[in-house]
Design a protein around this ligand. Structure first.
Ligand code: FUL
Length: 516
């Protein structure tokens, strides 16, 4: 940071006061809501500015900061060796010999997951808790003579081991005789009420868009409003994911997010019918490859929001299974994703402005297989080693516009609540990072102060080598987090250039790391 004369200081304080007033007025405007309406005829610049100030709700902030979450798919499919289900499934088949929910939670936690979502009811309709509203549950299985409760055991293990807990309840229900009628909505809400009242704090409710009824099948008109109202009443801190207003399915099950990932998208992205249309509609052996309709390369850039009627904060979640399928199949024991692949997925989900949702598939014993544990442990080791030491810590920083209230040091202070910004009206910025000596690194981590919105549209990372600046890499969006992956690079000086931003950028983190 440079030194200032008294006159300069007065001037800066005046600008600062002005700046804070403006920032506060934005904050008040969008603290109320994570959306903004666009009236017809709004000039394009105004639309872009509005987009820059759409902010996440507190529950979306909490969820985003989890970064890494987990799923457990276990149920009758595990015993029938299938992925979806059949009408003629029998509860009698459910009989794990050594179920240990503590092991599931331990494994997920060891992998790095901060939340675990149990599939309480998959499409087959079988309930992993003793629901009062159907006989098709583990009440009528031989496991623990019908007195067991998988949801309860998992909830308790999560609490004991200190991670958050969520539930997946499949809207599509192959088994329910009332599916396709209004009565089903009541049945579904009764089940939701059981799950949201008997198992402590629920942090995520996951509704799947999949439906395999086919053209001649039953068609359910879901009471989404009724479901959401009930969830807000009983679990006010829970995000509602996929078929819901808080969290958007990235649109693929490969584990790889978008290079350009905007958390602010046209409000139409949350239309339930469209999400369902893009979701899986028939059983597959491995992962579901969606139509391009849903997995578009970009859904929030300038062109995509130009004609939007409204803009919403609707962040992306990347769900992926450790194995080809979601449920356990012995034949897939050798096909568990490798540590290297999992690290790649981590970089391409958490590192691309998304939350990772990694699935575990306990086997017929009710245990996660050794191979799966080994591979996630391998992944964890690599990630821990990589992100242990920020090589840019204590670097000296030089910015093109000095802002004493939000100074550059904030980007390396390891505090996500502080940030550097060049100040109002500035949509480009440069920051030079000089390390104490030449260092070798191959990852760069960037974060925007996403609490105030997502703004950066284009950036470049340069390195100073052989007496001149050279472009190393770059990208479009940053958002909550961007992890840049490149080959080993040795230098003492790097430079981040923000080439375009929807309004003044607010950068909270800059890190350089060396992956083994
Ligand atoms: C899909 C489902 O059909 C899969 O079985 C799995 O539950 C996955 C998470 O969502 O749409």
């Amino acid at each position: 940071m440079g030194k200032f004369s008294r006159k300069n200081k007065q001037c800066i304080f005046f600008l600062l006061a002005l700046y804070i007033t403006v920032i506060n007025s934005y904050s008040q405007e969008s603290n109320e809501s994570n959306m903004v309406m666009i009236t017809p005829g709004t000039p394009f610049d105004t639309i872009i500015k509005k987009a820059a100030h759409v902010k996440p709700t507190p529950r979306q902030v909490t969820w985003q900061e989890l970064e890494f979450t987990s799923f457990v798919h276990f149920g009758l499919n595990t015993f029938y060796d299938r992925e979806w289900g059949e009408k003629n499934y029998e509860a009698l088949r459910f009989n794990p010999s050594a179920l240990n929910a503590g092991q599931w939670v331990r494994t997920a936690k060891m992998a790095g997951a901060k939340l675990l979502i149990i599939v309480a009811k998959h499409h087959d309709g079988f309930c992993l808790w003793p629901s009062k509203h159907t006989s098709f549950s583990l009440k009528n299985s031989p496991w623990k003579n019908g007195a067991g409760d998988v949801v309860g055991e998992v909830a308790e293990a999560c609490r004991k081991q200190g991670i958050k807990f969520g539930v997946y309840l499949s809207p599509w229900d192959i088994h329910s005789p009332v599916y396709g009628t209004e009565e089903y909505n009541q049945y579904f809400k009764n089940q939701l009420r059981e799950l949201l009242t008997n198992y402590g704090e629920i942090s995520e409710v996951w509704f799947d868009g999949a439906c395999g009824e086919g053209p001649n099948g039953r068609k359910q008109v879901y009471d989404w409003d009724g479901y959401f109202t009930l969830i807000r009443e009983l679990a006010p801190n829970a995000v509602i994911a996929v078929m819901g207003p808080d969290v958007r399915w990235v649109g693929t099950e490969t584990g790889y997010g978008r290079e350009t990932e905007w958390s602010v998208v046209p409000a139409s992205a949350a239309m339930m019918d469209d999400i369902a249309y893009g979701s899986q509609q028939s059983e597959t052996d491995g992962i579901f490859i969606p139509s391009d309709d849903l997995y578009k390369p970009d859904i929030g850039s300038r062109d995509k929001i130009r004609d939007a009627k409204g803009l919403i904060w609707y962040p992306s979640e990347v769900d992926v299974s450790l194995r080809p399928g979601w449920f356990y199949h012995k034949k897939e024991d050798s096909l568990v994703k490798s540590p290297k692949k999992l690290v790649d997925i981590y970089n391409a989900s958490v590192g691309l402005n998304s939350v990772l949702l990694l699935n575990f598939s306990p086997d017929k014993r009710g245990l996660i297989n050794r191979n799966d544990i080994q591979n996630v442990r391998g992944m964890r080791k690599i990630l821990d080693k990589t992100f242990k030491n920020n090589l840019a810590k204590n670097a000296s920083l030089r910015v093109d516009v000095v802002n004493i209230a939000y100074n550059a040091e904030h980007i390396t202070d390891n505090d996500p609540l502080t940030y550097w910004t060049p100040g109002i009206e500035k949509t480009t910025a440069t920051i030079e990072i000089s390390l104490s000596k030449s260092k070798t690194f191959n990852r760069c981590v960037l974060q925007e102060n996403f609490r105030n919105g997502q703004r950066v549209e284009s950036f470049v990372l340069d390195v100073f080598q052989n007496g001149k600046w050279e472009k190393l890499t770059g990208g479009t969006t940053i958002g909550y987090k961007r992890i840049l992956v490149f080959d080993d690079t040795n230098t003492q000086k790097v430079r981040l250039r923000i080439l375009s931003s929807r309004d003044y950028p607010e950068i909270s983190t800059f890190g350089l790391y060396k992956a083994p």
